[in-house]
Design a protein around this ligand. Structure first.
Ligand SMILES: [Zn+2]
Length: 156
């Protein structure tokens, strides 16, 4: 039997034991990218749970942020290696931003993107990314690390 999980506060997911109805909370950082997991309730019951996160949650948004280049394709920069941007797309595996200042980025470069989420707590995110696609001021990136705060934001 598979039980559904639901979002609880505090960056956790809640699992209700099908046997005793007791609620077990697991931190999103421990769940990572899995969609199914085994939960051991304190009653001793072990059950499998499906994490209902909607298929690859993705948010389109428009949040002001900034970026700095942490690993560049060409040495000896002549232009500023940081700039401001607007983050317009977020998923568990990538983000995209529109650059408003700074030189053109190149695929393969690594950038650290900083932004403040509009989640009511104004959570600050600093995320290392690899540039994958560049088209004018549009920069599409792959996330290089998992980010629990970001994942929680995508779910809420
Ligand atoms: Zn139980």
């Amino acid at each position: 039997m598979t039980t559904r999980a639901s979002l609880a506060g505090d960056h956790t997911i809640a699992f209700d034991c099908p046997k005793c109805r007791l609620r077990t909370k697991v931190g999103l950082d421990k769940i990572g990218h899995t969609y199914h997991c085994q939960v051991k309730c304190s009653c001793g019951n072990i059950f499998s749970a499906e994490i209902e996160l909607r298929e690859r949650p993705r948010k389109q948004l428009d949040l002001p942020g900034s970026y700095e280049i942490v690993d560049r394709a060409t040495p000896a920069p002549t232009a500023p290696e940081a700039g401001s941007c607007r983050v317009i797309d977020l998923s568990r595996t990538g983000l995209a931003f529109l650059k408003s200042t700074g030189r053109e980025l190149k695929a393969g470069e690594r950038v650290r993107v900083s932004l403040t989420l509009d989640d009511g707590e104004a959570t600050r995110i600093s995320q290392d990314c690899e540039v994958r696609h560049v088209k004018g001021n549009f920069v599409g990136c792959r996330l290089l690390t998992e980010n629990a705060a970001l994942e929680y934001y995508l779910l809420s």
